[in-house]
Ligand binder design. Structure first.
Ligand code: MTE
Ligand code: MO
Length: 362
């Protein structure tokens, strides 16, 4: 298994498979997350891929099947560079777990997100080279990693609708932050599907299949599906549920951290906000009284499509306990739910309730 190079303060949520992310104050220090701080979500092993023999296969309902080496992808196709934020659907699951337990899932806090500068081939260029048949409605991806679940062994995969696959932001990425993809982030090639849950950005990409239906893979048909709050593991009908795609507006307080004790005076509250889609964040508001009164935060990072924005606010607080809350509004008017209870789901996805932390001012 290739070595994983991460920052000494990286929070490891699971060692095998390797999963983790940076402490929130460190995450908030860089608009472009350095690779050693970039969160990792692995369901299986980190494949050790030999670039010389690596081939991407493009198949399914296409005019011609393709087998492409990394050199062909780099030299014979156009390249694009795109800053984009990647976010796991399981982000902030611990807050849903506080509503009702979610056994068997990773206890992510708000660190399952990072922002990178990606370089690769526009997916539409590769699809054009293969020639997409008119019966194709979905583009399925599969990875080279192996996942083990309850005695079963299978691969990681997922799909996106053809219209999303053809949109300009979709990329087959071979670089992150100016360097070849690190092994744990999908070397030598991964999908980058900005605006969609991280699960569709398939790493160690082996095949692209054009087909009429969504992917039959476990991670499309069971995991990464959203069910109403009354559905539980023992009552679920896997044929139901909504396959996750587009992300929702979200905002998080990174600094101070939960349960911090701070000296009296003006405190600097900092965090990130993300709209989900390309439209960007319009406004971020912060409260120090649990959401009764609000102060507008200053948005610092420039507005770019598919990207988070950093925000900060100065609050003068009296001695005592305070509940800090943040909420954001996207350019399309989308807002967040005040509490997590009504959006609880038994797999623990898509928590975008107002982020609340308690701090003590002494
Ligand atoms: N092949 C493969 N691709 C994968 C995964 C995986 O386990 N195997 N995890 C997915 C999930 S759920 C997320 S959130 C992102 C995380 O990407 P990162 O580890 O580069 O941050 O990768 C996605 N792509
Ligand atoms: Mo994820």
């Amino acid at each position: 298994m290739p070595a994983i190079h991460k920052h000494p303060e990286f929070i490891v949520r699971s060692a095998e498979p390797f999963n983790g992310g940076p402490p929130l104050p460190l995450l908030r220090e860089h608009v472009v997350t350095p690779s050693e701080l970039f969160f990792v979500r692995n369901h299986g092993n980190v494949p050790d891929v030999d670039v010389a023999s690596y081939r991407l296969r493009v198949e399914g309902v296409v005019d011609r099947e393709l087998q492409l080496s990394l050199a062909e992808l780099r030299n014979e196709f156009p390249s694009v560079t795109l800053p984009a934020t990647l976010q796991c659907a399981g982000i902030r699951r611990t807050e849903l777990m506080a509503v009702e337990p979610i056994p068997g899932e990773l206890p992510w806090e708000a660190e399952a997100i990072s922002h990178g500068v990606w370089r690769g081939v526009p997916l539409h260029a590769v699809l054009a080279a293969a020639g997409v048949d008119s019966t194709a409605k979905h583009v399925a991806f599969s990875g080279l990693d192996v996942v083990q679940r309850r005695g079963e062994t299978f691969g990681f995969g997922g799909s996106i609708p053809l219209a999303k696959a053809l949109s300009p932001e979709l990329m087959l990425a071979y670089e992150l932050n100016g360097a070849p993809l690190p092994p744990t982030h999908g070397f030598p090639l991964r999908v980058l599907a900005p605006g969609y849950v991280g699960a569709r950005s398939v790493k160690w990409l082996a095949t692209i299949t054009l087909q009429a239906e969504p992917s039959a893979n476990y991670f499309q048909q069971r995991a990464y599906k959203l069910f109403p709050p009354d559905v539980h593991a023992n009552t679920v009908d896997w044929a139901e549920g909504e396959m996750l795609g587009e992300l929702d507006v979200n905002a998080v307080i990174c600094q101070p951290t939960a349960d911090a004790t701070l000296p009296r005076g003006t405190i600097d509250v900092q965090g990130y906000a993300i709209a989900g889609g390309p439209q960007g964040i319009e406004r971020v508001e912060v409260s120090s009284d649990g959401g009764t009164t609000w102060t507008e935060a200053r948005l610092s990072a420039p507005l770019q499509p598919w990207s988070w924005r950093f925000w900060s606010a100065q609050l003068a607080l009296s001695a005592g306990c305070h509940q800090l809350v943040v909420r954001a509004c996207a350019m399309d008017g989308a807002t967040q739910p005040p509490v997590a209870g009504p959006i609880w789901n038994f797999k623990g996805y898509m928590n975008n309730a107002w982020h609340r932390i308690t701090i003590v001012v002494s």
